[in-house]
Design a protein around this ligand. Structure first.
Ligand code: NDP
Ligand code: MG
Length: 405
């Protein structure tokens, strides 16, 4: 699984085991945090592939800096720009969906899946088909196609490691435990930008207000999803898929400080909580070094200084996304793919100003009700998931237009 590389030259005679790594979504928030960790210890890694989309400058800079074999932009129209930026570096430039899949098929030991949205699904499946360990930040993969992802990992002897902070926390709280002893899983939610806003005030929320998170520094889309609780809705489904628990065993707890990321409750009444600073390099580093722990450049919490941690129940009236997630889990089949695609389309609508903030949940609700059952009940395959995704995007766009007209 590892390539042998020389850490300090031919003559020293010292050899290290290098881990072959690829990062999909390298130019984003998770991707950049992953690169931050890898760049601190570059001698331990062979960087195979980096991918981005619009941010060609950062993609090329990091591909050169890390000595990647290939840099891929998902945007075919940007290929010549990427070629120019990589000229003379020895890094191969590529563009488009096929190139992305080809890059994911290159042998690697550890692959970070950090593309945002359903676009992350196909490269992740390709990496699993090669038997790579997939560090999964792209929660949409599990929401859209949980069964397919888990089956592909199993069939190819590949490992799936959670990177979402709550799921990494649950994973860590379960080390050495028996799933049969787990009574419940509690994922925490900061409450996002609008934690204390009334329903009336939520109707006036602007893009700038929704794009600023009180505790976490993340990409714009997940930041808005945190404000609408769609992020937590996706995470409830992610928890069910990854850990195989029933929807009734999953609880959401609002915890404004974002220091406890998740808790696991056992049948003897014990609750194991994972506590740490809101810094994604912890969860990324845990997945990168698993099954070991290595020193990470994250803040050490001073609990005496922090003083108090607070909790409250989530308000499902203000956050209909949580109710919708429960309906999706009950419906099963490909309804997760429909839910996610409707959410992505509604989010586009909010970002481009055609939908109000509460309008997003209304459009997702309308889309879930509008989809023909045959799309949801189709067998789970990549083609059927992507088809349900496309049908849901059209239905959500129609629902947005109907509201506008
Ligand atoms: P960002 O928006 O910061 O980055 C997204 C990445 O995906 C960028 O590299 C972007 O390229 C690339 N990309 C965008 N669209 C496409 C596309 N259609 N095809 C291929 N690549 C594309 O997102 P985050 O890093 O915040 O989130 C990434 C994933 O991780 C999401 O699934 C999110 O839910 C999850 N996650 C993120 C957390 C965080 O702290 N940020 C926490 C937990 C989970 P470019 O920028 O070059 O256009
Ligand atoms: Mg999370």
């Amino acid at each position: 699984m590892f390539t042998i590389g020389r850490s300090d030259g031919w003559l020293s005679g010292k050899y290290t085991l290098k881990q072959r790594v690829s990062i999909f979504g390298a130019t984003g928030s998770i991707g950049q945090n992953t690169i931050d960790l890898i760049a601190r210890d570059l001698a331990s890694y062979d960087v195979v592939a980096l991918s981005g989309a619009s941010n060609i400058e950062v993609l090329a800079r990091d591909a050169i800096r890390l000595g990647a074999d290939v840099a891929v932009t998902a945007d075919e129209t940007r290929l010549s720009e990427l070629c120019d930026a990589l000229a003379g570096s020895g890094v191969v430039a590529a563009a488009g969906q096929t190139a992305l899949i080809e890059a994911a098929c290159r042998p690697a030991d550890w692959v970070m899946s950090a593309i945002v949205g359903a676009a992350g699904l196909a490269p992740g499946i390709s990496a699993l088909q090669q038997g790579a360990t997939l560090a999964l930040a792209n929660k949409e993969s599990l929401v859209c196609a949980g069964g397919l992802i888990l089956e592909t990992a199993k069939a190819n002897g590949a490992r799936l490691l959670p990177v979402d902070s709550e799921h990494s926390a649950i994973f860590q709280a379960l080390v050495g435990e028996d799933m049969a002893d787990v009574e419940r899983i509690i994922i925490t939610a900061s409450g996002g930008a609008f934690r204390d806003w009334s329903l009336e005030k939520l109707a006036t929320a602007t893009l700038a207000q929704a794009s600023s998170h009180p505790n976490w520094d993340m990409g714009q889309r997940i930041t808005i999803d945190s404000a609408s609780m769609f992020n937590k809705a996706l995470e409830i489904i992610e928890t069910k898929e990854y850990f195989g628990v029933s929807p009734a065993q999953i609880e959401v707890l609002v915890h404004p400080e974002s220091l406890i990321h998740a808790l696991v409750g056992f049948r003897d009444g014990a609750l194991m909580a994972h506590v740490g600073p809101p810094d994604m390099r912890h969860a990324i580093g845990y997945a990168l070094h698993w099954p070991h722990r290595k020193a990470l450049p994250v803040e050490r919490l001073d609990l005496a200084q922090i003083g108090a941690l607070t909790f409250r129940a989530p308000d499902e009236v203000r956050w209909p996304a949580l109710r919708l997630a429960r309906e999706v889990m009950e419906r099963g089949g490909l309804s997760g793919a429909v839910f996610n695609a409707a959410k992505e389309t509604a989010l586009d609508g909010f970002i481009d100003g055609t939908l109000s903030f509460p309008g997003m949940a209304e459009v997702v609700d309308a889309t879930l009700n509008a989809i023909e059952p045959s799309h949801i009940d189709a067998p789970m395959s990549l083609d059927n998931v992507m088809n349900a995704d496309q049908v849901a995007r059209s239905a959500a766009r129609a629902a947005i237009q109907k509201r506008a007209g």
